[in-house]
Design a binder for this molecule. Structure first.
Ligand SMILES: C[S@@+](CC[C@H](N)C(=O)[O-])C[C@H]1O[C@@H](n2cnc3c(N)ncnc32)[C@H](O)[C@@H]1O
Length: 536
């Protein structure tokens, strides 16, 4: 008799692992193609139009990152690949809930991807490279070259050395502690140990374990299991990662967060060291910065080598014209003091953030830069919807006409703001709205909430976790209900005993007059949605 179990093909270890404990698949703001494209444009390349792009994600889990993008860009096309059938099936359910026809999720090994899957303008591979065997890492680089269009951009994230080494004692301990257990029991056992470790008294090894354990204690089980307990966790030096990319004819573009490639971001003394020992070489300087500042994770953008030859690392204000800017958070005028020392002045001329026009010096005394800052600080929407340089100049010059010198003055300041991580850049407009009389949440958020999902994506493609208030209010945030109608919903839930309310620190009983508490609850919830960029 044939022994079928002996003949059955072995299930790859990664497939089994993620089938058993699926990853918490969600949107990752940095992987937004409009951000990848913006960096390419900033460095002088010609990235493909995001609105009509073809986007591939490698290791897409249940599509939690790709599906919101497919919802937001109906003219673009999306393909996700993952080895775990359980996760891909979950992704199919999500796609069907939203009725999307511009996305395909395929159960497939990255190593099996060939030319037939097509060419893509943007390839995303987040949280995969460090957790797969060498042949799959090679395949990731191969696909990022073979399946990328000439002007395309690939995103690959990975655990960075040497500072990932600091996590190794904790990883080794957790693996040792849980080795004999079934996968489902390992997270619980590891969690109990982690709690103990958070209480360790001071001591050389204990300090490392305790600090890491404290960071890990609040992470969900899927993260614990896949980040710390997987058989493979291959962290890389930046220089080795870039060398690996070169073998597949890919060139290093930048970190997706441009400011993070500037050593000054992490402190001026260390930056001086990184520049000195980097000796004018971009990759050496970034590697020294990793040694000095302790980066553990990198989000690297790659382009094809031929395209890479066109990268222009001397930033000038002309690089900003087609970009859309967003304040990372509501800014205050205090930022003025931090922009008084333009970081790019500290950069050595041979390195990459040199100004094209050294003569233009942005100082806080600059009349227009000060006005631009005041405008952004006063604007209620500068952190909700993108603005262009021209729009900012118009507001700063307080006129619909301005001189090219005036524009340069504002643009120089904005470039400093970008390099100091006060603003983000996109290659397409991004819009979320302020609270209005009849607030509207995106149809994605309403659908995700209605289908019992735990999180959704906001306008920036960041993860938004639903809470109790969303359950009540989101179904009514469709632009047809005013605050009085929303208050009636909350009031009814309170009277039905489905919601507890308090007012001025006192819990209310069902018979209390709850009108003020209800109004406060609704306003607080709508404010939360507005600042989380959830209103459309
Ligand atoms: C740590 S998870 C990251 C998921 C998602 N990219 C994210 O960042 O949230 C790694 C994913 O890669 C998938 N994966 C691992 N090896 C793979 C392979 N050889 N081919 C395709 N997918 C793979 C796993 O199934 C899992 O969904």
């Amino acid at each position: 008799m044939t022994n079928t179990s002996q003949l059955a093909p072995t299930q790859p270890i990664e497939e089994k692992s993620y089938d058993t404990i699926p990853y918490g698949s969600q949107s990752i703001a940095y992987t937004h193609p409009a951000r990848m494209a913006a960096v390419a444009y900033l460095f002088g390349l010609t990235p493909p139009n995001v609105e009509t792009a073809r986007v591939l994600e490698l290791g897409c889990a249940a599509g939690g990152n790709l599906i919101p993008l497919a919802h937001g860009y109906p003219q673009a096309r999306f393909v996700g690949v993952d080895i775990s059938g359980v996760q891909v099936a979950e992704g199919h359910t999500h796609v069907a809930e939203l009725g999307l026809s511009n996305i395909e999720l395929l159960k497939m090994n990255i190593g099996d991807i060939g030319a037939d899957i097509g060419q893509f303008d943007y390839i995303i591979c987040h949280g995969v490279y460090s957790w797969v065997p060498e042949p799959v890492r090679d395949a990731i680089m191969r696909v990022c070259h073979e399946n990328l269009t000439a002007q395309g951009v690939a995103f690959v994230s990975y655990n960075a050395l040497p500072f990932w080494h600091l996590l190794q004692p904790l990883r080794d301990l957790l693996i040792h502690h849980t080795a004999a257990l079934e996968p489902q029991l390992r997270a619980q056992s590891a969690r109990t140990l982690i709690q103990d470790l958070t209480q360790l008294p001071a001591g050389l090894g204990a300090d490392i374990l305790r600090n890491e354990a404290r960071l890990l204690a609040s992470q969900p089980d899927f993260y614990l299991i896949h980040e710390y307990l997987e058989d493979i966790n291959h962290a890389s030096y930046f220089k080795d990662f870039v060398t690996h990319a070169h073998t597949q004819r890919l060139a290093y573009l930048s970190d997706v967060n441009v400011g993070w490639t500037l050593p000054e971001t992490f402190g001026s003394q260390g930056a001086e060291l990184a520049y000195r020992h980097g000796a004018g070489d971009l990759q050496q300087t970034e590697q020294y910065a990793d040694f000095i500042f302790g980066r553990r994770f990198r989000q690297t953008l790659l382009v094809k080598r031929d395209n890479g030859e066109r990268i222009r690392r001397v930033l000038s204000v002309d690089c900003l014209d087609q970009l859309h800017f967003l304040c990372c958070s509501k800014i205050s005028k205090q930022i003025a003091s931090t922009i008084s020392t333009p970081m790019r002045q500290a950069a050595q001329p041979e390195v990459w953030f040199r100004r094209a026009d050294e003569a233009v010096v942005v100082t806080p005394e600059s009349r227009l830069a000060t006005r631009a800052l005041e405008y952004l600080a006063e604007s209620p929407t500068a952190h909700l919807s993108t603005f262009t340089v021209d729009e900012l100049v118009q507001h700063s010059a307080q006129s619909s006409t301005w001189t090219s010198e005036e524009k340069s003055e504002v643009a120089e300041w904005l470039l400093d703001m970008l390099l100091q991580n006060h603003v983000e850049i996109y290659f397409a407009p991004i819009r979320s709205q302020m609270l209005s009389d009849k607030p509207n949440a995106s149809s994605l958020a309403r659908s995700d909430q209605a289908h019992g999902r735990r999180f959704t994506a906001n306008a920036l493609h960041g993860t938004y976790s639903f809470d109790e208030g969303d359950k009540l209010l989101l179904p009514f945030l469709d632009g047809t209900h005013d605050c009085a109608a929303l208050e009636a919903v909350v009031h009814a839930a309170f009277k039905a005993g489905a919601l507890s309310l308090s007012y001025k620190g006192q819990a209310l009983n069902m018979n209390d007059d709850a009108a003020s508490a209800v109004r406060e609850y609704v306003q607080a919830h709508l404010q939360r949605l507005e600042s989380a960029r959830m209103l459309s």
